[in-house]
Design a protein. Sequence first.
Length: 258
Amino acid sequence: MKRLAVFAASCAIALPVYAQTVASVNGQAITQAKLDQFVALLIAQGAQDSPELRTQVKQEMVNRLVAVQAAEKAGLDKQPEVTQEVELARQGILVRALMADYLKKNPVTDAKIQAEYDKIKQEQAGKQEYKLRHILVKDEKAANDLIAAIKSKKVTFEAAAKKDSMDPGSGQNGGDLGWGPTSNYVPEFAQAVEGLKKGEMTSKPVQTQFGWHIIEVEDSRPVKFPDLAEVKPQIEEMMRQQELAEYQQSLIKNATIK
């Protein structure tokens, strides 16, 4: 009886340890803890926990371990290029973990986002956007001839754009570029637009790296700044990247680099 009691007690102690092993590959155990960690990683990436997912994860872990054991048996883990790649992967994982930890401890709060939004909105105050047409031609003479023809009403701007513009996008639409701020265009083009009033056309062609432009301002209006809700994700991501860049620069600055 005493021996049976000791045997029963030893089984009771060993059972939890045995239960933690979900599979074994050539004597190497895959534990429940490792399976749970793998599942947790997938859930963090958007997967839904389920018996089916856990079965798939278990099979994947078995498949990987079989392959890893084969690679180690072949000595591949000792090859210089493999060890270098493993080290680079390790470094990448640690860098991502460091950055995630920093953002967790220094979150981009709603208050910070609001302040940045207000700052950008203030910077954009008073800026205009323009509804434009343009005609793009290869040389200055052709541009001057078209300007003269449009001014003398021998041809309309739209007709000239459809016939002569080299810009395939706007040419077929009568030179229409739609609405947009001058920041959408190269400096020479933007400067010419800002010097025109509503309904005016350039009296001289404007040269850019694309050729010679004839520009007409059909209309202008103040730039409508989007509501915070529309741009909050973009501002938040921009601020995250700024915070990480500044953090990385501080690490480099405080490091002893020779």
